[in-house]
Design a protein around this ligand. Structure first.
Ligand SMILES: NC(=O)c1ccc[n+]([C@@H]2O[C@H](COP(=O)([O-])OP(=O)(O)OC[C@H]3O[C@@H](n4cnc5c(N)ncnc54)[C@H](OP(=O)(O)O)[C@@H]3O)[C@@H](O)[C@H]2O)c1
Length: 244
């Protein structure tokens, strides 16, 4: 087994996930670029390797597909025998508008399947590999729009996002799921946290975000590389703790 730290980032072919992979690579990690489509995955791996000097490798991975996720775990087991950090970054909004009174329930199912069940599926497949790491970390890419405190508080759309009955509650659900993992795994050395990247210009929002993907990646990179004894069961953005 290599001493080099190894990470898997889901949805790493573009946007924030790509920059998380680049950032971990710059710290000397070997990074599995989880991506579901071969051309986009190959292009991201080539760019990470050739222009950023990252020890990147492609991991075919659709978080909604049991067989794809199992094969991804096999690939990492064969390549490294363990996993030091899992960054569950892949996510979708489900498109809009998402008014509660008129939403198509199918949109909610699709978003939850990716943003919540996908995270559970990938995490469970990777837990045996994380268990073989000396300092395992799980980072779930959430969003402050999933903060019930902010949704119910006095803030405007800069803190709540627009009304989005599929996307925002999917992140609240993910936060709640994260805390269940934290409770179950309390006796292990796995540090598990949620990250919010801020409002980042990516495909997800038609590039309307105000932060760069690199800025958006910073909190997830910090949480993936926490020292032993670092926080677990938290929800963080650049400015500090996000209220649940
Ligand atoms: N951008 C923001 O302002 C913002 C704010 C808060 C939280 N976030 C969260 O940050 C994460 C990354 O978002 P982003 O802004 O970087 O969006 P993005 O540019 O649209 O990237 C999303 C990534 O997820 C992948 N993905 C989607 N469904 C997948 C599936 N079933 N299996 C595997 N990969 C899948 C996409 O792959 P394809 O290229 O194949 O579609 C893409 O690589 C998401 O969880 C998002 O909710 C973003």
């Amino acid at each position: 087994m290599s001493d080099k730290k190894i990470a898997l980032v889901t949805g790493a072919n573009k946007g924030i996930g790509y920059e998380i992979a680049a950032g971990l690579g710059a710290l000397g990690w070997s990074v599995g670029v989880g991506a579901r489509e071969q051309t986009r995955r190959d292009a991201a791996v080539a760019r990470l390797r050739d222009t950023e000097g990252v020890d990147a490798f492609g991991v075919p991975l659709d978080v909604t597909d049991d067989r794809s996720v199992a094969a991804a775990a096999d690939l990492i087991a064969e390549r490294a025998g363990r996993l030091d950090a899992l960054v569950n970054n892949a996510g979708i909004t489900g498109g809009g508008p998402q008014q509660p009174s008129s939403v198509d329930p199918a949109v909610i199912r699709t978003v939850v399947e990716t943003n919540v069940i996908g995270v559970i599926r990938v995490t469970n497949a990777m837990l045996p590999l994380l268990g073989r790491s000396a300092s395992p970390r799980i980072v779930n890419m959430s969003s402050s729009v999933g903060s019930l405190a902010r949704q119910s508080g006095p803030g405007d759309e800069t803190s709540t996002g627009p009304v989005a009955v599929a996307y925002a509650p999917s992140k609240s659900f993910l936060n709640a799921v994260t805390l269940q993992y934290v409770r179950e795994l309390a006796d292990t050395n796995i540090l598990i946290n949620c990250a919010c990247p801020g409002y980042v210009a990516t495909d997800l929002n038609g590039f309307r975000g105000v932060r760069t993907p690199q800025e958006g990646a910073a909190t997830a990179i910090r949480l993936a590389t926490l020292p032993d004894g670092g926080p677990t069961g938290g929800f963080f953005e650049d400015a500090g703790v996000v209220p649940w």
